[in-house]
Design a protein around this ligand. Structure first.
Ligand code: PA5
Ligand code: NI
Length: 190
């Protein structure tokens, strides 16, 4: 039987960083270029220096069903064309695993959908606690001017499945129209 030892860490709510993360990664536009609708705007942003879109600060937890992974997810403010900076988004590899997000700063949306075509977009702002049920793909989208920061907790064995989202995208996009975040359809072949 595996027995963890207790530990804690300290969250910086202003930056979204953990004091002692075990793993930190960032994604630049170039690693998710095909996910944005406006190919010309993507090219211009890549030419201008390939911006960082988001960062994740993780603790290392055993990948076991009874354990809980936790991390800080920080999506930076910005747009590619009219589309806001966003995470890649994923299903959990083990589909029957849910996730909790606690937003500690910034404003935006969690865009979610199921494989049978249900969609949901929940507004995120400081102190919103969100439950992402099992079987819902999820993507953070920053519609504000400061980093969108959330504390995330999910089962140790959940894993990330980017496959279908990488190839097909989400059913919806969130773009700025007349200065406002607007949810539009993302026409795609299913
Ligand atoms: O577990 C989660 O849902 C988050 O920690 C995400 O992994 C994080 O926000 C990065 O997004 P993605 O994994 O879609 O690149
Ligand atoms: Ni997740």
């Amino acid at each position: 039987m595996y027995i963890s030892t207790p530990f804690s860490d300290v969250i910086d709510r202003a930056t979204g960083t953990l004091a002692s993360p075990d793993n930190v990664y960032q994604r630049r536009l170039g690693q998710m270029a095909g996910m944005y609708e406006d190919a010309e705007a993507v090219r211009a942003a890549l030419d201008a220096g390939d911006p960082v879109i988001y960062r994740v600060y993780e603790k290392k937890i055993p990948e076991l069903a009874g354990e809980l992974q936790w991390c800080m997810s920080v999506t930076l403010p910005g747009k590619i064309g009219r589309e806001y900076y966003m995470t890649k988004g994923h299903y959990h590899e083990v589909r029957d695993t849910a996730e909790i997000y606690l937003c500690v700063g910034g404003t935006g949306y969690m865009l979610m959908e199921t494989e049978d075509g249900q969609t949901s977009a929940v507004e995120m702002r400081e102190d919103v606690a969100l439950y992402v049920p099992a079987r819902w793909a999820h993507r953070s989208i920053n519609t504000g001017r400061v980093p969108l920061i959330s504390f995330c907790v999910y089962p140790g064995n959940a894993g990330h499945d980017y496959g279908t989202i990488e190839t097909e995208g989400f059913l919806k996009r969130i773009v700025e129209i007349d200065g406002k975040p607007t949810i539009i359809d993302n026409p795609r072949e299913r």
